[in-house]
Design a protein around this ligand. Structure first.
Ligand SMILES: [Zn+2]
Ligand SMILES: [Zn+2]
Length: 373
């Protein structure tokens, strides 16, 4: 008779981390240094100003504007900082809808409008913008976890300006309630509080559009002073193979490239060559032979300097010169570090769950549920 050994659950789960806590609300700078701004609502809303005055406004009727260094409601002067809220509906700021409430403060060059809301509601307006809401739910859930992790790890990014994050690519693209979709909202709700953790700290959940076959070690991309964390060393990925941007070709005029590199005193370009390759197959450096000499610099920086939309990645299959033009053939789109978005979609299409997607692109990390305080 076969003997079975039962391992107590406590040993299997010995990787548990101390509970992670996070602030419940986030302040998002949605309109920065504005000279004018319009607030509205489809429901009754209230403006409370710094002089403890409250202005009740009927739905769909009243608008608030800022001009001449003064916040005005019709002819009433509103003392800043002011709070604009509605117990029933969303508040519009310049025609975009926002959950939570708005805080209007004086800024260096005008006013800042800050959207204050729960981190979870904020994420609904992020996931819909950072990933395609039409993608399979499991890939959206993976995006929700990495966007949440990034958010909670970077809450101090705009501390000196009086808010946590801006609404642009500098932090994360946030479109408010106007940008929400049901599937991306569902992804946020289903993963509520879940973040990616390594060594008891939030993981650096960088991501990109398409890895072209292998994700990249950030040390070749950003010259990180710190050692690459083990979960970002790069993985072989087959899931983005047939997706858009897995292979690309771009022909660019020599004079265009030269104009973009003018600060490097680049003369007429004779040749552009790859110098050294990363284990993932990307160029480490680019060597440019030109009429004033030669220039060698980081391939990722070369891509950004010339045109990151035209040269989609630093993974070159060939660079050929034809007359006055250079033709670049390459694989993938983006810096290629961390999660490959088209690969994540491919994994979800193949029936993989979001936890599997995350452990594939960020191996050795753990999913932990934060406790909001
Ligand atoms: Zn920012
Ligand atoms: Zn990929």
């Amino acid at each position: 008779m076969k003997k079975f050994f039962f391992i107590p659950l406590i040993f299997i789960c010995s990787f548990s981390y101390a509970a992670m806590t996070a602030r419940k609300d986030i302040k998002v700078g949605i309109i920065i240094n504005a000279q004018s701004f319009v607030a509205a609502s489809n429901e009754e809303f209230i403006i409370s100003d710094a002089s403890n005055r409250k202005f009740k406004l009927s739905k769909g009727r009243a608008k608030l504007s800022f001009s001449g260094g003064q916040l005005l409601l019709d002819t009433n002067k509103i003392a800043l900082p002011a709070v604009i809220s509605s117990a029933k509906g969303v508040i519009f700021a310049d025609k975009k809808a926002y959950r939570g409430y708005l805080s209007v403060v004086k800024s260096a060059k005008g006013i800042n409008v800050i959207n204050v809301l729960s981190v979870e509601d904020y994420l609904k307006g992020v996931v819909a913008r950072e990933a395609s809401p039409g993608w399979p739910l499991e890939s959206l859930k993976a995006q929700a976890v990495i966007s949440r992790t990034y958010t909670l790890a970077n809450l101090n990014k705009h501390k000196h300006e009086g808010f946590d994050m801006c609404a642009q690519t500098h932090c994360q693209v946030y479109g408010g309630a106007s940008s929400e979709y049901l599937p991306s909202n569902k992804a946020v709700i289903k993963t509520k509080g879940e973040v990616l953790v390594y060594g008891g700290k939030f993981a650096q959940t960088v991501f990109h559009a398409n890895c072209g076959g292998h994700t990249e070690d950030p040390k070749y991309v950003w010259n990180w002073a710190a050692q690459t964390p083990p979960y970002l060393e790069g993985v072989k990925c087959v899931y983005c193979k047939n997706a858009p941007h897995s292979e690309w070709e771009q022909t660019i005029d020599e004079s265009f490239i030269r104009s973009k590199l003018s600060s490097y005193r680049v003369g007429k370009i004779k040749s552009i060559k790859v110098k050294g390759k990363t284990p993932a197959g990307s160029a480490i450096d680019i060597e440019i032979l030109h009429s004033n000499g030669n220039l060698t610099f980081n391939a990722y920086k070369f891509r950004l300097a010339v045109d990151a939309w035209k040269i989609k990645s630093a993974t070159f299959e060939s660079i050929e010169k034809n007359g006055t033009k250079f033709t670049f053939k390459g694989k993938g789109w983006g810096h290629k570090v961390g999660l490959c978005q088209w690969g994540a979609k491919g994994m979800a299409d193949a029936g993989k769950k979001y936890k599997r997607i995350l452990s594939f692109y960020y191996p050795k990390t753990e999913i932990v549920k934060v406790e909001y305080k």
